[in-house]
Design a binder for this molecule. Sequence first.
Ligand code: K1U
Ligand code: ZN
Length: 167
Amino acid sequence: MALLKILHYPDPRLHTVAQPVERVDDEIRKLAADMAETMYAAPGVGLAATQVDRHIQMILVDVSETHDRLQVFINPQILQADGESVHEEGCLSVPGIYEQVRRAKHIRVRALDLQGQPFELEADGLLAICIQHEIDHLKGKVFVEYLSRLKQERIRHKLRKREREVM
Ligand code: K1U
Ligand code: ZN
């Protein structure tokens, strides 16, 4: 397995729209394993392929405290979204920034698993939030884009300054 480099906002590659996975094969399974290692090491509770500069529709989520509930969603689609919840979100591509975001409270998702088998799942709480956040990455959307233009500009400025300082 390997640790992958996570792109940081405002990298324009984070706005790439991901392509559907045509065939779930060993290459996809290897990428999923590398993404899982990267997500747990970060640490994070989710990761989208977009964030590691692979523009295919695959996301990983594990919101368990024990790190033993990894779920991989290939070509995920939200079939149903109900209710509303406002929750503080973070993002491994926007380090150190946490903001409140409004999303659906309850979702129903369809996806393929690592054997290429379709499955459906109902989610609420942090799992539902995390799945919606990761699916946004596949559409090229970063959570800060739900915030005001002024807040987005401040975050971009802060992160660019921080990147300059570590170089
Ligand atoms: O997409 C990502 O960068 C992952 C992101 C997922 C997420 C978290 C919270 C709300 C919505 C989406 C993260 O994992 S940020 C890190 C984080 O929240 C966390 C890290 C360790 C333990 C618990 C949470
Ligand atoms: Zn994110």
